[in-house]
Design a protein around this ligand. Structure first.
Ligand SMILES: Nc1ncnc2c1ncn2[C@@H]1O[C@H](COP(=O)(O)OP(=O)(O)OP(=O)(O)O)[C@@H](O)[C@H]1O
Ligand SMILES: [Mg+2]
Length: 349
């Protein structure tokens, strides 16, 4: 993505929640640039801060959350730079949906059952100043066609008349209604069966091609992310620990946690009957461990990892990693791949 214009630039973003037990560090010093037309996948286990990070980008954090450090700069179509953290309520309203939209995690299961799909569309359009019903209807039908729904039927349905996959497509279309430059998809395929997952991924790929928006695609599944992403960022305990072009991350992971996610993925880890997953569980974000936050679970950990947090460093072009043992991880990954390469290739094709 080098050379392409940056649409969204996030620098040193940290977000905490105030909880009964104290401050919970959900996002720690996260930085990345999202380029025009790029899909950035954020991957990591449950609770690593993926949704919080994106709520932070959209300024949709709940009251007990605080953005402690960081800067979010959005560049609009006219090339004007917008300081997202400084937007007032009115400008925020325009920013959301028209510039940057989010398809929320699990939303397909929490749609209001007594509101028609068409009214959801009209209400959203209305809230953003699009009052011409005829035009809104045309735009919605066109988007429904693009997400491969039967436009007329779905437009006039109630959510409960649609399957989970169809509801997710409606939400994707709704997210695109105001033609945003950036779309955040929070776990859009989770909880859907494998065929529906596949068709949603195909729809997203086609939409991205046709409409050219940039997106952040959140998933806990590296295999799913790899199908759609240009760039992959691995998050662990609120931090980005590795980030790079999809093929680098997929074929040459350098952080033990990324390698662990790969081995824990049922569609990627082959040659073994049982999946080990990653032993242990993520740390308590209220009382974070010293050193590398992953060291307790890491098979590569050395003494330094317990005391001194590794910094993100460049490993190859566009590929950064925060791990003292990244060379060993890379070698281990290659070894595992060569053991199971035949079966792996068979599965991926
Ligand atoms: N409103 C809240 N108040 C306090 N803590 C919260 C709140 N929302 C999330 N958290 C905590 O912040 C951390 C990050 O949560 P977040 O939902 O961002 O993770 P996630 O990576 O999106 O997980 P998942 O894959 O399960 O969706 C977790 O420890 C979670 O318990
Ligand atoms: Mg989440």
């Amino acid at each position: 993505m080098a050379g392409k214009e940056v649409v969204l630039s996030v620098q040193d973003l940290s977000i905490t929640y105030l909880t009964r037990r104290g401050r919970l560090q959900a996002v720690s010093h996260v930085s990345f640039d999202l380029h025009r037309g790029e899909t950035l996948a954020l991957i990591g286990e449950s609770g690593c801060g993926k949704s919080t990070l994106n709520f932070g980008l959209m300024r949709l954090l709940p009251k007990n959350a605080n953005t402690d450090t960081g800067k979010i700069v959005y560049t609009d179509r006219a090339g004007q730079k917008i300081d997202v953290l400084a937007l007032n309520t009115r400008s925020l309203r325009k920013f959301r949906w028209s510039e940057c939209a989010m398809v929320f995690q699990g939303a397909q299961n929490s749609l209001n059952p007594v509101i028609h799909v068409r009214d959801m569309i009209y209400d959203t359009a209305n809230a953003h100043g699009l009052n011409n019903r005829g035009e809104v209807r045309e735009r919605a039908l066109e988007l429904f066609r693009k997400v491969r729904l039967d436009p007329e039927r779905v437009f006039n349905s109630y959510p409960h008349e649609l399957s989970g996959g169809m509801r997710q497509r409606v939400l994707i279309a709704l997210g695109l209604l105001l033609n945003p430059q950036v779309v955040i998809f929070d776990e859009p395929t989770t909880a859907l069966d494998i065929l529906t997952q596949r068709s949603i991924l195909n729809v997203l790929r086609d939409l991205k091609e046709e409409l050219g928006f940039s997106s952040i695609f959140i998933s806990h599944d590296l295999a799913v992310a790899a199908e759609i992403a240009d760039t992959v960022a691995t998050m662990y305990a609120g931090e980005i620990v590795e980030m790079g072009p999809v093929n680098d991350i997929f074929y040459e992971p350098r952080h033990a946690y990324t390698l662990g996610l790969m081995e824990a993925s049922p569609r990627l880890s082959v040659g073994r009957e049982e999946l080990d997953g990653i032993p242990g569980s993520p740390p308590d974000l209220v009382e974070l461990p010293t050193g590398c936050k992953f060291h307790i679970r890491c098979p590569f950990a050395i003494e330094t990892c317990k005391t001194t947090p590794p910094q993100l460093e460049q490993a190859s072009i566009g590929h950064i990693v925060a791990c003292y043992k990244s060379s060993e991880v890379l070698e281990k990954g290659k070894e595992l791949r060569s053991v199971s390469s035949t079966a792996r290739v068979a599965r991926l094709s």
